[in-house]
Design a protein around this ligand. Structure first.
Ligand code: LLP
Length: 428
C-alpha cells in the first residue's frame, strides 16, 4: 500500500486528507504515516529474515518520541549517537540493553552515563575512547559490551558529506588499530570487546560497497579469531535507500546479496537503518505565499524553508514536490512523469530565509500554483525535522502522526517564547 496517495485529485495520508490536516495544524507541517513506518520496518525485517538481525532504528533520522514508540512496539532496537538520543529511546520505552551507543566524539560524561545506564553496546571509534570506557567501567565495577567501528576504506559512491567509510573520513579506526585493540582487550575484566561495526555512507545506492566492506570485515574476523579474539557480533550500519528512491535497488536486493555472506558465521547481525524506514513515511507540507516572475525564473515562495528541510541546500538532494490538491487530471502516474503533464510550469520552490541556498526544489515542472495552495514535499520523514533549525528566528514546525482516519499532534509548533526561553533564563 502507498500511504501517501492522491484520491480524486487530493493527497491523502492513510485516511486523512492533507488539506484538512494543514487547516487544522497549520503549516509548515511534517506529517508521518504510522502504517508506512510499520510497513517499511516489517519489509526490512522480512528482507533480512534469514539473518535474524537486530534492527536498530537510527534515531538521528527521525527522533520524535512518538515515532520511536511506534517502532519499539514493532520490536526495533535503537542506534543512538548522543546521550540525548539514548534518553529519547529510554523515554520511548526501550530497554537499555536494546540501545547501541555510537558516535565519533562521545564525551566522558556521555560515556559515564551510558555505563551507568547499562546500554546494550558501545561502539568505539578510537583507542582513547576505549581506554576511557575501560576506566569508567572499572570504576563502576561493571562489564560493558563494546564493538569497534572499522573504517574499511570503501567508497559508498554517495555525496562527499555523507560518505563515512573512506580512509580520509573521521569515522572508525583502521584494521591495524582494530587488531591491536581487540588483542589487548581480549579477556578484559570490564570491557567485552566482541563486536565489529561498519557504516559506509548514506544513502548507498548500490549493493557492491556493502559486499566489499563486509568481505573485508569477514577476512579480518577470521584472522583475529585465529589470534585469540572473540568476535560474536557484526553491525553493518545503515545507509539503505528510501523505498521510493528510483535511483536505487530495492531493499530485498541488498538483503539477498548480504545475507549469504553472513550466514553460518556464528555472528549476531545488527543493522542501523534510518532513511529506509522513515524517509518515505513522512511529507512536509508548505503553503504558497507568493508567486513571482523573476527575470529568468518563476518563483513559488512558500512558508517552509531550509530551516525545515536543509537537504536540498546541503546535499543538492532532490525531493519530489507536488500540490496537495492539484485536481484529478494533474496527478502524475509517478514522480518522473510529473513534468510531462500538460499545463505544468517550470518553477523554483523557495522559502522565506535570507539565503539563495534556501530552495526546496529548483527547475521543476509543477501545475500552476496560486498563493494559498498547499505543496507536499515528499520523502521528508528522515533528516527533515531532526535537522531543522530556528535560523531567521523561525519557530520549529509542528509534527503530526496519522493513524488510519486520525491525525495526532506529536510535536507542537514552537512559539516566540520557545525561541527566546533559554536566553531569558540566562538573564536571571
Ligand atoms: N549508522 C551510522 C553510524 C550512521 O552514521 C548513520 C547515518 C546511520 C546508521 C543511518 O543511516 P541511514 O540508514 O539513515 O542512511 N543527513 C544526511 C544523512 C546523514 C546520515 C548520517 N549517518 C541526509 O539528510 O541525507
Amino acid at each position: 500500500m502507498n500511504e501517501f496517495e492522491y484520491r480524486d485529485g487530493v493527497l491523502h495520508c492513510e485516511g486523512v486528507a492533507l488539506q484538512s490536516a494543514a487547516d487544522r495544524f497549520g503549516t509548515p507541517l511534517y506529517v508521518y504515516s504510522r502504517s508506512a513506518l510499520v510497513g517499511s520496518f516489517q519489509r526490512l525485517s522480512a528482507a533480512f529474515q534469514k539473518l535474524q538481525p537486530r534492527i536498530c532504528f537510527s534515531i538521528k533520522s527521525c527522533h520524535n518520541l512518538h515515532v520511536l514508540r511506534v517502532l519499539r512496539k514493532e520490536g526495533a532496537w535503537f542506534d543512538a549517537v548522543s546521550i540525548g538520543e539514548v534518553r529519547r529511546a529510554l523515554e520511548a520505552g526501550a530497554a537499555a540493553e536494546t540501545i547501541v551507543f555510537a558516535g565519533v566524539g562521545k564525551t566522558p560524561e556521555e560515556l559515564a552515563l551510558a555505563v551507568r545506564l547499562d546500554v546494550g553496546c558501545i561502539n568505539i571509534e578510537s583507542e582513547g575512547e576505549l581506554a576511557a570506557l575501560a576506566e569508567l567501567a572499572a570504576r563502576a565495577d561493571k562489564t560493558i559490551r563494546a564493538a569497534v567501528r572499522i573504517n574499511p576504506d570503501v567508497d559508498a559512491i554517495t555525496h562527499p558529506y555523507t560518505t563515512t567509510g573512506k580512509s580520509e573520513n573521521k569515522f572508525g579506526v583502521s584494521f591495524e588499530a582494530a587488531r591491536e585493540m581487540l588483542l589487548v582487550y581480549t579477556g578484559h575484566d570490564h570491557v567485552r570487546l566482541s563486536g565489529l561495526h561498519v557504516h559506509i555512507g548514506s544513502p548507498v545506492r548500490t549493493v557492491a560497497p556493502y559486499m566489499e566492506a563486509i568481505n573485508r570485515l569477514l577476512a579480518f574476523i577470521e584472522e583475529v579469531r585465529a589470534a585469540g579474539a572473540v568476535i560474536d557480533a557484526i553491525d553493518i550500519g545503515g545507509g539503505f535507500p528510501a523505498a521510493g528512491d528510483e535511483q536505487a535497488p530495492a531493499i530485498e536486493e541488498y538483503a539477498s546479496a548480504v545475507a549469504p555472506l553472513l550466514e553460518g558465521r556464528a555472528l549476531a547481525v545488527h543493522l542501523e537503518p534510518g532513511r529506509s524506514i522513515a524517509a518515505d513515511a513522512g511529507v512536509l507540507l508548505a503553503k504558497a505565499l507568493y508567486v513571482k516572475q523573476g527575470a529568468t525564473k518563476r518563483f513559488v515562495v512558500v512558508d517552509a524553508a531550509m530551516t525545515e528541510l536543509i537537504r536540498p541546500a546541503l546535499y543538492r538532494a532532490e525531493h519530489f514536490v507536488w500540490p496537495v490538491t492539484p485536481g484529478a487530471d494533474l496527478v502524475p502516474e509517478n514522480r518522473l512523469a510529473g513534468a510531462r503533464l500538460p499545463q505544468t510550469v517550470r518553477v523554483d520552490v523557495v522559502g522565506p530565509v535570507c539565503e539563495s541556498g534556501d530552495f526546496l526544489a529548483r527547475d521543476r515542472w509543477l501545475p500552476p500554483v496560486d498563493p494559498g495552495d498547499l505543496l507536499a514535499v515528499f520523502s521528508a520523514g528522515a533528516y527533515g525535522a531532526v535537522m531543522s533549525s530556528q535560523y531567521n528566528s523561525r519557530p520549529r514546525a509542528a509534527e503530526v502522526l496519522v493513524s488510519g482516519e486520525e491525525a495526532h499532534l506529536i510535536r507542537r509548533r514552537e512559539t516566540y517564547d520557545d525561541l527566546v526561553a533559554a536566553e531569558r533564563d540566562a538573564d536571571r
